[in-house]
Design a protein around this ligand. Sequence first.
Ligand SMILES: *[C@@H]1O[C@H](CO)[C@@H](O)[C@H](O)[C@H]1NC(C)=O
Length: 227
Amino acid sequence: MFFFISIAGLFVASCAAQVQQNGAVGDTVCREYNTYYKIQGSCDSYVECNAYKATYKTCPDGLYFIRDVEWPTYPCAYPSDAQCDAQDAPQKAMPTEDCKHQYGFFASPLATRSDCGKYRMCVEGKAFEMECSMGLAFNPETGRCDWPDLVPTCDAEAYLGFKCPPATYDEFGKAYVVNFSIKGSCYYFFSCMEGVARLLLCDEGYAFDSTVNRCMDARRVQCQEGQ
Ligand SMILES: *[C@@H]1O[C@H](CO)[C@@H](O)[C@H](O)[C@H]1NC(C)=O
């Protein structure tokens, strides 16, 4: 029994020593061989335990620690995929001339209300100008590409170049969805609901059939791209 306890004690002691050695990990002790622990009060710092050895780490500026991440997955992610709670704070930002954080997706100076698919991706503080998939707008609040009607900084009609007719409702007050073909496109179409347009793309193998206003088996749809 004494033997067992002293071995266990050694383990804890050696972890504690590592913790000390690696800086301000406080009282974090590795209870598992390999794992991550969140640091209280921080959005982006964590302890990594590797073979019971604790190391204090901080995500790159602009990324947050993923609290339910499983070792050995990389534990840092964009704020759109990891949370930072109100009681936690991230590290001090390390902005560059072009980027407010070293990493992340930010509003682009090239974007306008009618051209809202543009955004800026920052990697190691360097800016890359990017564009959302066709028909989607960048939402600076979430750092994601989203439906233009959900992005306050976007004039969806101007951006899509399409205005839906006024909404129509069935006898239960439910809005009808209406599809519209796009001249010159076999696969994209506009779908209107409650007067709001979204640009959709038929699934693979399907093409938009303007005789029935929906996607059908592409081999049976008479359509020529660009005509
Ligand atoms: C619009 O097109 C989609 C895709 O084919 C289809 O699922 C949907 O039922 C269509 N809506 C209407 C009202 O035709």
